[in-house]
Write a protein that binds this ligand. Structure first.
Ligand SMILES: Nc1ncnc2c1ncn2[C@@H]1O[C@H](COP(=O)(O)OP(=O)(O)OP(=O)(O)O)[C@@H](O)[C@H]1O
Ligand SMILES: [Mg+2]
Length: 234
C-alpha cells in the first residue's frame, strides 16, 4: 500500500536519508531498526509529509503523494505517532482524545473519544486524569488511541517502547498486534529496542547512516550478539 523509491531527504543542506527504498503491505508490521541518529525519525516524517523530499517518490495505493502536505496525507489515512508521543500534558485523557480528529464536529469527536475509552480500558479508567500524570506506558497508549481516532490505514510508530517499563511493553505490543489484525492497518515501526520489534515483526530493515543496508530475521538477530554489534552497535 505504501512504497518509497530512492527517497533522499534531510534538513537544509544536511542530507539524512540516502536513496531509501521500502515497500509496506496492508495488515503487516514493517520494522526499521537502527541506532541513535541514523535517520529513523526523519524517515517517518518524510512518509507523514513533515519533511520534504530532495528526490525520490512516495506512493500510497499507487498514488504519488511525494509533494502532498501532511494534512492531505492524514486524510488519506496516514497517522504518525511521533517520538516522545506528542500528547497534551495539561489536558485530560478524554480531552486528548477529542482534540485529535480536527475535521470532526464536537459531537462526533466526543463519540470517537467514548469509543476509544471503551476500546482501551486502561485509558477508560483514567479518563479524567491529566495526560502529564500518566506513566510512560499509559501515555503511549493514549498516543496510540489518539492516532486511531482518525481511522488510519497506515500507522507510523516512532520508538513506542522508548522510556516504558518492561512490564508494560507486553501490553503495548499486544495492543499493536491487535490493532494491526483487527483493523487491517499497515504499521511502520521504528525501533532501537530489538526485542520489542521482534514481538511484532518477523523481519526488519536495518538503517545505518540514512541507508537501509539489510533485511534481517528479527528472532535470529535477537539471538546473535555479533550481528547486533554489526548492525546496531549495541
Ligand atoms: N529538525 C532537524 N534539523 C536539523 N537536523 C536534524 C533535525 N532532526 C534531526 N536532525 C539530524 O538528522 C539526523 C537523523 O536524525 P533522526 O532524528 O532522524 O535520527 P533517529 O534515527 O530518529 O535518532 P534517535 O534514535 O535518536 O531518535 C541526525 O544527525 C540529527 O541530528
Ligand atoms: Mg528518532
Amino acid at each position: 500500500m505504501l512504497t518509497l523509491a530512492e527517497v533522499r531527504a534531510g534538513y537544509g543542506s544536511t542530507r539524512v536519508l540516502h536513496a531509501v527504498t521500502l515497500e509496506v503491505t496492508a495488515g503487516e508490521c514493517t520494522a526499521v531498526l537502527g541506532r541513535n541518529g541514523v535517520g529513523k525519525s526523519t524517515l517517518l516524517r518524510c512518509i507523514a509529509g513533515l519533511v520534504p523530499l530532495n528526490s525520490g517518490r512516495i506512493t500510497l495505493d499507487g498514488r504519488d503523494v511525494s509533494s502532498l502536505p501532511a494534512f492531505r496525507r492524514a486524510r488519506l489515512g496516514v497517522s504518525h505517532v511521533p517520538q516522545g508521543r506528542g500528547i497534551f500534558a495539561g489536558l485530560t485523557v478524554q480531552e486528548n482524545l477529542r482534540v485529535g480528529p480536527a475535521a470532526q464536529r464536537p459531537a462526533a469527536a466526543a463519540a470517537t473519544a467514548e469509543r476509544l475509552l471503551e476500546e482501551f480500558p486502561t485509558l477508560g479508567a483514567m479518563a479524567n486524569s491529566k495526560g502529564g500524570s500518566l506513566s510512560g506506558g499509559q501515555q503511549q497508549l493514549l498516543a496510540l488511541a489518539r492516532a486511531l481516532a482518525t481511522q488510519p490505514r497506515l500507522l507510523l510508530l516512532d520508538e513506542p517502547s522508548e522510556g516504558i517499563q518492561p512490564s508494560i511493553l507486553d501490553e503495548i505490543a499486544a495492543v499493536l498486534a491487535r490493532i494491526r489484525a483487527e483493523r487491517h492497518i499497515a504499521l511502520v515501526l521504528v525501533e532501537q529496542n530489538l526485542d520489542f520489534a521482534a514481538r511484532l515483526a518477523e523481519r526488519a530493515h536495518v538503517m545505518v547512516k540514512g541507508e537501509l543496508v539489510a533485511t534481517v530475521d528479527t528472532a535470529e538477530l535477537a539471538a546473535d550478539r555479533d550481528q547486533q554489534r554489526h548492525y546496531m552497535a549495541i
